[in-house]
Design a protein around this ligand. Structure first.
Ligand code: SF4
Length: 290
């Protein structure tokens, strides 16, 4: 396999084969994101991708494949169809293909095109909401409004594709902490995804957000304030059936809950942690990572 630069994948794709079909992110302007800095976006040629698939297809069954990099759903429909058809033909035991996308990528596909991708094996789309608050989305230069992301979410679900949403605790800073948590819970409810992954903001040097932090424009919430955000967010979530996880290494309080069934239990735990304010209950700082 030939990978260009660092490769990122969702935590739940840890056991998947990562097939790099594009390099970088076609947008690459979110102020907190360091993942694809310095990588010029390009879609790999089918010949390059085919070579990788031909190389791995000899190695037994591969149940899951993740298509990297940052928003591979941007690949025009004929190209993606060709990749998925070839994977179907060559990979034994393939059960699911996953991909990162942003709302613009999703809305560029018609409902029929998404259904076609689903019929060819695309089983899950990972989309970064980060925040449901309009001001926060503007500040972090996300390339879509909350409303556009809700519409994109609905289109994904209507195509029969699983939807996994990422949100970012702390991204509203101290001043918008409550609004960020409340609005994110509400927008998540409108999206009604299958999975939610909550991460906590870690500001990476060299990003525009690091400048905001340095200039004092952004003040980060404390660990317990982040847990308070998590509680407000969960309290505002109304899901049909969703697996909500805050067990990513960036978080201070790892949770894995099925909603709506375990919502009250999670809120009780958060209330208890906030009452005791005991740092021993939190993941130690040195163990946090992106
Ligand atoms: S769309 Fe995703 S990958 Fe691209 S810059 Fe924003 S957060 Fe990073």
């Amino acid at each position: 396999m030939k990978y260009e630069g660092s490769i990122y994948r969702p935590p739940s794709e840890a056991d998947s084969l990562i097939l790099q079909v594009a390099v970088g992110c076609s947008y690459n302007k979110c102020t907190f994101c360091h993942s694809f800095q310095g990588k010029e976006f390009r879609i790999k040629s089918f010949e390059e991708i085919k070579e990788d698939i031909d190389e791995v297809c000899a190695y037994g069954p591969i149940p899951r494949i993740f298509l990297a990099d940052g928003d591979a759903l941007i690949i025009p429909q004929p190209g993606l169809v060709r990749i998925l058809e070839y994977l179907k033909l060559k990979i034994r035991g393939l059960e699911r293909v996953g991909i990162y996308a942003n709302a613009v990528d999703v809305m560029k596909k018609t409902p029929e095109e998404l259904k076609e991708l689903n019929s060819l094996g695309l089983g899950i789309i990972y989309l970064g909401l980060e925040s449901g608050n309009a001001e926060v989305l503007k500040r972090i230069r996300k390339n879509a409004t909350a409303g556009q992301m809700v519409r994109a979410a609905k289109r994904v679900k209507e195509a029969g594709i699983l939807l996994s949403i990422t949100v970012l605790l702390g991204v509203g800073g101290v001043d918008l902490s409550r609004e960020h948590a409340e609005d994110t819970g509400k927008i998540l409810s409108e999206m009604d995804p299958d999975y939610v992954g909550a991460l906590s903001l870690i500001v990476v040097p060299g990003t525009p957000m690091a400048n905001d932090l340095q200039s004092g424009k952004l003040v980060l919430p404390t660990p317990f304030e982040l847990i308070r955000e998590l509680g407000i967010m969960i309290a505002n979530c109304r899901f049909t059936n969703c697996f909500f996880a805050s067990n990513h290494a960036s978080n201070y309080l790892p949770l894995r809950i099925r909603m709506p069934q375990e919502k009250e239990k999670a809120l009780q735990l958060i209330r208890e942690v906030l009452k005791r304010k005991d740092p021993e209950l939190l993941r130690p700082e040195y163990m946090r990572a992106l």
